[in-house]
Design a protein around this ligand. Sequence first.
Ligand code: THU
Length: 163
Amino acid sequence: MKNITHTIDYQEYNSSSELPVPDQELLEAARSAISTSYAPYSHYHVGAAVKLANGVIFSGSNQENMAFPAGLCAERVAIFAAASNSPDVVIEAIAVSAKADNFEVSEPVPPCGMCRQAIVEYEMKFNHHIRIILSGEKGKVMVIEGMDKLLPFMFREMGLVKP
Ligand code: THU
């Protein structure tokens, strides 16, 4: 038996104004997508924006359903919009932000486990890390280079992609 320690590195900014301008723009797109959230059950509104290598941005927001599991997180709405409208263009980055009706979202919002696995799929498809920009409604912003940092033991069975 051996103990293995896994560490991750990421950047933390005190506010979005400290980010490089392209990341600021993507985060702004994520924040404006919050207004399209449909969250009558959780009252928690999430916006996400995905940037492609050609500069095009696709955004999305969480869409809830009275049959709860039928709803979808903002990250998957945004990344599936990008992948289905521009299937051949590399995905470079995703930004996420959120607001709640009843409290302040003061910490960066990390994607849920299913969204992490969904995002990883496009890293594998294009063999390219996706930059992940996470924020609350204001304040601190985390920037993580690649989903392997957030999902180190991702499901990755390359036998499945062989013919
Ligand atoms: N949600 C997201 O959109 N993204 C996440 O990463 C976590 C949670 C949504 C799902 C649901 O509509 C609401 O936030 C509360 O869980």
